[in-house]
Ligand binder design. Structure first.
Ligand SMILES: [Zn+2]
Length: 118
């Protein structure tokens, strides 16, 4: 499958994730989706990212700001609801709150991040 085809599957699944969030009492605003390699290098140098191989560089990742009852939240347990749903939409989907899909809050946590890792 071409990168462009993966990107379109990813975008369609993000639409489903957004609908699911609102159906479950959460609201979202967009953070970053596409990211330039120049910006990625800054994140790597400042410790905000661990890689120069981010799926943001391929238009296959989105960071969301999650709101509950009007408040911007960072609670892993709440956002995990979205991460679990995200991973049901495609076998290559990963949530940044649980990179290795072991249902535990461990390692490098990036709860706002939803990606398709092809
Ligand atoms: Zn991200």
């Amino acid at each position: 499958m071409k990168l462009s085809e993966h990107q379109r599957v990813f975008t369609r699944n993000i639409a489903k994730l957004i609908v699911y969030a609102y159906q479950n009492g959460l609201e979202l605003t967009f953070g970053e989706a596409y990211r330039t390699s120049e910006q990625q290098l800054i994140y790597l140098q400042t410790g905000a990212s661990k890689t120069m191989n981010s799926n943001h560089l391929r238009r296959l990742a989105v960071d969301f700001n999650v709101f509950e009852n009007g408040d911007w939240i960072h609670k892993w347990e709440t956002i995990k609801l979205l991460g679990d749903f995200w991973e049901t939409l495609h076998p290559k989907n990963r949530w940044g709150g649980d990179w290795n899909k072991d249902d535990k809050k461990n390692g490098f946590i990036d709860s706002p991040h939803f990606e398709m890792n092809i």
